[in-house]
Design a binder for this molecule. Sequence first.
Ligand SMILES: [Zn+2]
Length: 70
Amino acid sequence: MPLYEFECRDCGHQFEVFASFSQKEKGLKPSCPKCESQNASQVFSSVGFFAKSGRVPFNSGGSGCCSVGQ
Ligand SMILES: [Zn+2]
């Protein structure tokens, strides 16, 4: 069963959800385990995803909202 990574838009907590493709097709609405909000969006964190699409300014420095540490 594939694993999907979600980020809560309310508290920023990232969590993983196991769901079948049919569940995904129906529209997956996982709730945040931390604040129980359903306002979560899927995160595409696969390295291969970025490598295929060329240069993505993902780790471009401190200007993004998601940069943590160095
Ligand atoms: Zn949350």
